[in-house]
Design a protein. Structure first.
Length: 369
């Protein structure tokens, strides 16, 4: 039979469905649970993986293109390499894999097929939703009706209807730095793909004298920095679906970009490097993606929210506003870029993160691991 292993099914298409998977993996391992990670893009052909990079560039350059793509349903089955999928399922069957956590809807076809190959009732598959609504990878599954499908357990991190955080995925095991002890800096970025309207806000913030930690997506963007700003960038050659030399999936390698210096890209085993920058800032300025919400909650760093990507991020915005964890950029601007408001939001986050249950603890309990 072998060890009971929890298989965490991620997607590298967006870091909001990749980094949470790695965090779950690390936290479960700390609790003595055996885990394996799979990244969906390893089941599609090389040319289609190359197209992901082209899409990323297009979405970064033009947010309108990204917004349009979020509304277009797609059938991911056309992209799956059946031989690769077959080999993976045979390997799972040989190892008696029974426990799965799905972060991306792209995996549903694979798990459905795996169920038909072995006794369906022996597959324990849990879907974890890391946004307040279904993101594109789930909405594109037009035949899938979450409320009526009893084959999967479903867990939502956030209860939007009742304005509640049900679970959190802890990033570090430490208390947040009090906001008044942090330097008066702001981190500004566009999530894993550098999407959104954040670049247009940089000149205004610089004019106000705010010091920024800017996450770049192309090296030439470093020319926009001013004295007091810092620039960071993920290694442009890194791909979420490639394992490192130790045979593991890893967090994105990050470097500070300093003029006339060769960047040194580094990452940690336990969590993503960007978190260490975020936890030392007064607020995150960007769109409210799944990974950014996790950073906000875990570090008790308020969100100053820009235009969301898709309906799921619109709901993320509304939840963070209702809970008093974030504020829209326009409202913050109307209130004179108030630091007092950020202090209040920080205090709400400190209380909220104490009340939110650890998802991995709940998973262990639900599945008697």
């Amino acid at each position: 039979m072998g060890k009971r292993t929890v298989t965490i099914l991620c997607s590298g298409f967006g870091l909001g469905l990749y980094i949470p998977g790695l965090l779950i993996d690390r936290r479960l391992r700390e609790k003595g649970v055996y885990t394996e990670i799979e990244v969906f893009e390893n089941l599609i052909s090389q040319d289609k993986r190359d197209n992901i990079q082209k899409s990323r560039k297009a979405y970064h350059s033009n947010f309108a293109v990204a917004l349009m793509s979020a509304r277009m349903p797609m059938d991911i089955r056309q992209s799956i390499d059946n031989e690769l999928a077959d080999a993976m399922m045979k390997s799972w069957a040989k190892e008696n894999r029974r426990d799965f956590i799905l972060l991306s809807g792209h995996w549903l076809h694979i798990i459905d097929e795996y169920r038909t190959r072995i006794a369906p009732e022996t597959v324990n598959a849990e879907i974890l939703y890391v946004d307040c609504d279904l993101p594109p990878s789930w909405k594109s599954l037009q035949q899938y009706k979450p409320d009526y499908n009893q084959s999967y357990k479903e867990v939502w991190l956030y209860d939007f209807e009742n304005t509640k955080i049900q679970y959190q995925i802890p990033i570090v095991n430490e208390e947040p730095i009090p906001i008044l002890e942090r330097p008066e800096r702001f981190i500004i970025h566009g999530g894993g793909w550098g999407m959104g309207t954040y670049q247009g806000k940089i000149p205004e913030l610089q004019e106000k004298g705010f010091e920024l930690d800017i996450v770049l997506y192309e090296i030439q963007e470093a020319s926009r920095k001013r004295i007091g700003d810092r620039c960071f960038m993920v290694d442009p050659s890194w791909r979420a679906w490639n394992k490192n030399e130790r045979g593991s999936y890893e967090f994105p390698p990050l470097a500070q970009i300093i003029p006339d210096e060769e960047p040194i890209f580094e990452n940690k085993e336990e969590y993503h490097e960007l978190f260490d920058i975020t936890k030392n800032t007064r607020a995150i300025i960007g769109k409210p993606g799944a990974g950014t919400l996790m950073d906000s909650l875990s570090s008790a760093t308020p969100m100053i929210m820009l235009e969301p990507f898709g309906e799921h991020e619109k709901k993320n915005t509304r939840l963070w506003e209702k809970l008093g964890y974030g504020i829209s950029y326009d409202t913050w601007k109307e209130k004179g870029f108030s630091m007092e408001i950020l202090r209040e939001l920080h205090e709400n986050l400190v209380k909220g993160r104490k009340a939110a249950l650890d998802y991995t603890e709940g998973y262990k309990y639900r599945n008697s691991l």
